[in-house]
Design a protein around this ligand. Structure first.
Ligand SMILES: [Zn+2]
Length: 652
């Protein structure tokens, strides 16, 4: 009975506002464009009022991520309560209860309870999931006169903007309203609704930073279109508020210019940039600065080539400015959504976005339930087709994922090499690094694949001088295998959560709040962390041993603290025994060589692309100075890291 009454009341009310939402719906959840689960909501009527009952669940690489939520509203659609319990990623849980009454919120987050006095606006929304709560948040924003900011519970605030209208051409053109929400996850989320307010598509990031897409059930086939548009709109938000720099004739004068190939330097140097290239380098007083050049003073500073991140996953537009701000002018994207990374790269290269140069590695996995993404190869014929698809779209490398079979691995490597592509990736499950390399892999991601074939000693620590272990190193050396260790990932996972996080990341408290929340609890209780310490130290010794043998080591982050984790990776190499110069080479010279870009960039020399950074202090004497990037030059375009960081939501 009550239900019918409420529906009538709502119907009357909505005539003057917006149309009424359907009472139920299903969103299909996607990661790497693959449907991995769903969220179903239904509106129910209890004694206390209308309530959205929400069941959310996806399975990510074999790990279930279930979530149950109940959002109570009043007959006028004001929020009354939110109860949410379950997982928000493979590695994180949530257990929140929020009740709103008489301008007070009673909040319980895990085991702690407190109350909060509320102002005129407040909405309970505990994160990116479930989509239904964000749909109701949009309705709340509309019905309260589209306020600039809405405080959210348990903590934070969101900004919402109607960004425009999209018309999707199909049998009958589909008109969708496009909204941007910021403050819930790092950066901007994009949401599309129908005229009745029904959420059709939400593109967000889950609690491990992976892009997650929710598509209302009948619209799933629009996903590739939405991904392409999301990349364009995400980038456009930066270019709308900033004037993109143009490469103009520029002279950088007075700094200490480092030749990363030799470690030699020119004090009081002059570097002339023109047409996006380095035109000449020399000494002040010897190399004249043409009159029409803009001069950048670099006294007391060190000039290095732009840095590389050899293990990026560019899963949201904010990576662009965040990378550049940290001095990263080139990344290898180690696996992404096909449409998304193509559109991101297109926007940046086409002058419609902000970000580093991108070299794309196309990800491929085998069939099976634990696989990742929609690009799979189950047999050699499919392997050939995947390589062709990537090659035709400008990818320079294939990234192997964990459930590729040995037969398919061989076929991928053969075809990739035939097409002039190289192969990197995970060592597929059940194989050793030696088998992966024998089957044709040129490069390997993550030092764990070396660690796991080492003879274990006491405490699982590794004796790098052991003869069996030496054989592994020699094998990799003989095969010219390139390694990106991502040792910073292991440091983060094995971290003692009681330790001060600023030792690992000095800029931690300048990170956007959603990122701080995401990383704060990553790690282990002290006792467990102590057990993993010998492993982390062994990984350092493995990197140092490989480096000394001449195995190319390239620095990569696998995301982490956006941009800054590259600095951390270099610090960890120095802690493992590399000199600061050797560490810097792993993020400049060596990646350029192994990616066959060393005639283009990677060093500061005439004819090379003008990719360089001006750094306060001298990272060659103290590696931590690599964090003090004051000016970034990418292809001759001059960027200010402070402004870039503010575009990426840092420093607030
Ligand atoms: Zn990765």
């Amino acid at each position: 009975m009550r239900k019918n009454l409420t529906v009538l009341l709502l119907a009357a009310w909505t005539l003057s506002a917006t149309a009424q939402l359907p009472d139920s719906g299903t969103f299909l959840l996607h990661k790497f464009a693959q449907n991995i689960g769903k969220e179903h909501y239904s509106l129910q009527y209890s004694e206390t009022g209308p309530q959205y009952s929400i069941n959310f669940k996806f399975v990510d690489r074999g790990s279930p991520v279930p979530l149950i939520a109940k959002l109570g509203v009043t007959d006028g659609n004001e929020p009354r309560s939110l109860i949410i319990k379950g997982r928000t990623s493979r590695f994180s849980t949530i257990n929140d209860t929020i009740r709103i009454k008489d301008h007070t919120a009673l909040i319980r987050v895990d085991d702690s309870s407190y109350s909060k006095d509320l102002g005129p606006l407040a909405f309970p929304v505990a994160g990116y999931s479930p989509g239904t709560v964000q749909m109701m948040l949009l309705k709340y924003w509309e019905s309260h006169g589209r306020p600039a900011s809405i405080p959210i519970l348990p903590t934070g605030a969101v900004q919402i903007r109607l960004d425009g209208e999209d018309v999707i051409e199909q049998d009958k053109p589909l008109h969708l309203n496009r909204y941007v929400i910021s403050g819930l996850v790092w950066g901007n989320e994009l949401l599309w609704t129908r005229a009745d307010g029904q959420l059709v598509c939400l593109i967000t990031n889950d609690a491990e930073g992976d892009k997650l897409e929710m598509m209302l059930e009948p619209y799933e086939s629009l996903l590739p279109t939405m991904l392409t548009r999301a990349a364009g709109y995400g980038m456009e938000m930066f270019t709308r508020s900033t004037v993109l720099p143009k490469a103009r004739p520029t002279a950088i004068v007075g700094g200490k210019l480092i030749d990363v190939a030799t470690g030699t330097s020119i004090d009081n140097s002059v570097i002339l940039l023109e047409g996006g290239l380095i035109k000449a380098t020399g000494k002040s007083g010897e190399l004249a600065v043409p009159r029409d050049y803009t001069v950048i003073h670099a006294e007391g500073r060190t000039i290095l080539p732009g840095l590389w991140d050899m293990h990026a996953h560019f899963e949201q537009a904010e990576w662009g400015p965040a990378y550049l701000a940290a001095g990263v002018t080139t990344v290898r994207d180690c696996g992404n959504e096909f449409e998304y990374i193509n559109a991101i790269q297109g926007a940046i290269d086409g002058g419609k976005g902000i970000g580093p140069h991108i070299l794309k590695a196309g990800i491929v996995d085998g069939p099976g339930a634990t696989g990742l993404g929609i690009i799979r190869a189950a047999n050699p014929a499919e392997a050939v087709a995947v390589v062709k698809k990537y090659k035709d779209n400008g990818f320079v490398q294939i990234k192997i994922y964990s459930s590729v079979t040995p037969e398919v691995l061989k076929a991928i490597c053969q075809e990739a090499h035939r097409q002039g592509l190289t192969v990197t990736g995970h060592i597929p499950e059940g194989m050793t690094i030696q088998q992966g390399v024998e089957d044709g892999m040129d490069m390997v991601n993550h030092v764990q694949y070396v660690f796991s074939v080492m003879k274990p000693g006491k405490d699982r620590s590794v004796d790098v001088n052991d003869s069996a272990n030496q054989r592994v190193f020699r094998f990799l050396k003989e095969h010219g295998t390139v390694m990106d260790p991502t040792i910073g990932v292991f440091e983060m996972v094995f971290r003692n959560t009681k330790d001060d996080i600023t030792q690992m990341e000095p800029a931690f408290y300048s990170l956007p709040l959603p990122l701080q929340a995401l990383f704060k609890n990553m790690g282990m209780p002290p006792a467990n962390a102590a057990q993993f310490k010998p492993i982390l130290e062994s990984m350092g010794r493995i990197v140092k041993t490989m480096h000394d043998l001449g195995i190319p080591i390239v620095a990569g982050t696998d995301m982490g603290f956006p941009g800054y984790s590259l600095d951390r990776e270099l610090e960890l190499y120095v802690a493992a025994g590399l000199t600061p110069l050797e560490a810097i080479q792993t993020a400049t010279l060596i990646p350029a060589q192994v990616m066959k870009q060393d005639k283009v960039t990677g060093t500061i020399a005439p004819g090379r692309r003008a990719d360089l950074i001006i750094v306060e202090g001298n990272p060659l004497t103290q590696i931590r100075d690599i964090r003090n990037v004051r000016t970034v030059v990418k292809g001759g375009e001059i960027y200010d890291p402070v402004k870039l960081h503010s575009l990426a939501g840092f420093g607030k």
